[in-house]
Write a protein that binds this ligand. Structure first.
Ligand code: C2E
Ligand code: MG
Ligand code: MG
Length: 639
């Protein structure tokens, strides 16, 4: 008996569930049987056995029946289920004993019909107890055994052939029923085990589906599910929280240089450092690639939030050693606070992403919290994006040209094409505003193609020695299909590819260094030259200059301001010029506005200069005039 109950907890709970459902009808049946018993025998059998005992049993059965009816669907823990099962089966066993005793005491007062009635009553009770206690095999057998004994005694007392035959058939029938109970019980047990296994597998699948296989962190899917839950709770409890996105800086070069195995180790180490240092206060997720997300409940003002972001960055920045490889990466963090900035999950995420984009654009390794200023910028960018989407590119975008001058000969070497946009909705929009938006919206390539077509068309009016310097976007250089289209466009224009220089920024290279390198090689094979633009502004690295097949370096204008007095800038420019000479590439300095700056640059050995001093960006028509009549700056130079 106890072995059945002491089977494992889940089985007990399952038994209890099934048992609780059956109890109300069993007790109802027992009450009905007792009512019939009283009605049939109250005048024949002494009142103790015909009225008192059945009445007490009926009352008890009704009370228990009502109790079970109320609790039939209430789940119970295994220990509660076990004690209830024990109590219920003990009561049922006691009831079976009382019925058996009652019938035994009634036998001497009954005629054959009365005894047949008892046999039927006991047979029904035996079948009912067998079937209803089917999940508690031992109890079923015990209760049915007692009732059967009483039934056999009644049959024996009848001293009748048909009664003996009925008893034999009943015993046979009950034996078969007993076998069925055993087989059903085993099936029940197996079914329960299978159900539990299925449940275990499905919870395992759910865990796998919501966690990142590489780092073990909860994944993107889990993050968004969690974000919804945290939002709901924050709304109910009027709590503030922040959503953050952390994106690694310099992860691509690690992957490219040391392979994906080291890249994977870096991603795991980052997850490890973040969770082991901040895991108690912050929940971290991996969104994919080198992007992580986090949620943090806020207690006070937002000041510690920026600090928290900086702490994450410092944690990541400490060098990582894997065997004999030591690597260093950094990270940028963008955050948005709920409900201050937004109350919807997708908005919060979008805002955190924008803050991240801002952090990256303004120098990387920074943490930014989305603010009303960002919101205004985002709104403006949204308007720009909409206007680009509906723009008639051919009519609205056009190039202006700015010369790059050889100060030794006083001639124009190249003209840099600089995009201009005259939007009928927004008016004139500068490239520093629309280029990043078009890049983010995946619309830059269409602009690049229009610009290249118009620029090469303009070149037909230029002398052969004047080349075109043309800006490519980060998105263009990591898009091999786009590179092929650009090469085709140059070929179809009829312009000698050697007259064209494509300018790339370092940010472009960082996105996918090896792909950028392959595409640069494709361009150079087609005869096109390649320059690295704005050197010194981004994630500058001299190794890029040395490891890429470049033709030219354009030193950013920030080093030119005050160059005549600023010794540090002089040193930087001088060493970059020396480096370029050393590796056999040419060097241009951008942004020279004054004669003093030009003179200082010439003294440092720089002879290719671009800047307002010579000419501001000019229209296609003005370029023709400029090329025929040298500009004032050039005249002064010649003078
Ligand atoms: P960039 O390629 O470095 O172009 C030089 C920028 O510096 C131009 O600004 C130019 O007008 C400005 N500049 C030239 N000389 C001086 C100077 O002496 N003083 C000052 N203060 N500025 C000077 P612009 O035209 O506003 O272009 C800004 C940036 O937008 C460009 O920087 C380039 O990165 C991007 N851009 C322009 N046109 C295109 C394009 O067709 N495609 C792509 N992808 N980007 C473009
Ligand atoms: Mg440029
Ligand atoms: Mg530049």
């Amino acid at each position: 008996m106890s072995s059945s109950i002491s089977e494992d907890n889940n089985l007990i709970v399952a038994q209890y569930r099934s048992f609780a459902q059956k109890m109300p009808p069993i007790y109802a049946g027992l009450s009905l049987a007792m009512a019939c018993h009283i009605y049939s025998f109250w005048s024949i059998v002494p009142w103790v056995w015909s009225v008192l005992c059945p009445s007490l049993l009926m009352a008890g059965a009704m009370v228990r029946g009502i109790w079970w009816f109320r609790h039939r669907n209430t789940p119970a823990a295994s220990d509660v289920a076990q004690s209830r099962l024990q109590r219920a089966t003990r009561l049922l066993f006691a009831a079976a004993l009382v019925v058996a005793l009652m019938d035994y005491m009634a036998v001497p007062y009954l005629d054959l019909h009365g005894k047949y009635y008892l046999v039927v009553e006991l047979l029904v009770l035996s079948v009912v107890s067998c079937v209803s206690l089917i999940h508690l095999r031992h109890y079923a057998n015990l209760v049915a055994g007692v009732v059967n004994l009483a039934m056999l005694y009644v049959c024996w007392s009848m001293n009748d052939f048909y009664a003996s035959l009925s008893a034999a058939i009943a015993v046979l029938f009950l034996a078969v029923l007993h076998a069925c109970v055993i087989s059903y019980y085993n099936d029940f047990k197996m079914l329960e085990q299978a159900r539990r296994e299925a449940q275990r597998l499905s919870s395992r699948n759910a865990a796998l589906a919501s966690s990142d296989m590489l780092t073990g962190l909860p994944n993107r899917r889990h993050f968004f599910a969690m974000l919804d839950r945290v939002l709901e709770r924050a709304r109910m409890k009027s709590r503030r929280f922040a959503v953050g996105i952390l994106d690694l800086d310099g992860f691509k070069p690690v992957n490219d240089s040391y392979g994906h195995r080291v890249g994977d180790l870096v991603l795991c180490e980052v997850a490890n450092r973040l969770t082991s240092s901040l895991g108690k206060a912050v929940s971290f997720y991996r969104l994919g690639g080198d992007e992580y997300a986090f949620i943090v409940i806020l207690k006070g003002d937002d000041a510690p939030l920026k600090e928290l972001g900086q702490t994450m960055i410092s944690l990541i920045e400490a060098p990582m050693t894997f065997g004999d490889v030591t690597v260093a990466v950094s990270g940028s963090v963008g955050m948005a606070v709920c409900p201050d900035m937004a109350e919807a999950a997708d908005r919060l995420f979008e805002y955190a992403d924008f803050a991240l984009y801002h952090a990256k654009r303004t120098g990387r390794a920074r943490a930014e919290v989305f603010s009303p200023v960002h919101r205004e910028e985002l709104r403006a960018q949204g308007a720009i994006e909409q206007a680009i989407r509906v723009a008639d590119m051919d009519a609205e975008f056009y190039p202006m040209f700015q010369p790059i001058v050889d100060t030794e000969t006083g001639t124009t070497q190249h003209l840099e094409a600089l995009a201009r946009w005259n939007s009928p909705v927004l008016g004139a929009v500068s490239p520093s505003q629309f280029v990043p938006v078009a890049e983010r919206a995946g619309l830059i390539s269409a602009i690049t193609l229009v610009m290249l077509r118009k620029s090469t068309a303009a070149m037909r009016h230029w002398p052969d020695h004047v080349g075109l310097s043309f800006n490519l976007s980060a998105c263009d250089i990591i898009n091999s299909v786009m590179i092929m289209r650009l090469i085709t466009e140059v070929e179809q224009s009829g312009v000698n590819p050697r007259r064209i220089v494509f300018e790339l920024t370092e940010t472009a290279l960082l996105q996918d260094f090896s792909l950028a390198r392959e595409n640069i090689e494709l361009l150079r094979r087609a005869g096109i030259h390649v320059a690295l633009d704005d050197f010194g502004t981004g994630y500058s690295s001299l190794s890029h200059v040395q490891n890429l097949p470049l033709d030219k370096l354009k030193i950013d204008q920030r080093f030119v301001a005050d160059i005549e007095n600023n010794q540090t800038n002089q040193m930087i420019v001088r060493s970059l010029i020396t480096l370029c000479r050393g590796i056999g590439i040419s060097c241009v300095v951008e942004g020279a506005e004054t004669n003093a700056q030009v003179e200082a640059l010439r003294e440092l050995g720089c002879h290719s200069i671009q800047g307002y001093f010579f000419a501001k960006p000019m229209s296609e028509q003005d370029v023709v005039t400029y090329l025929n009549v040298p500009a004032e700056g050039l005249n002064r130079l010649a003078g």
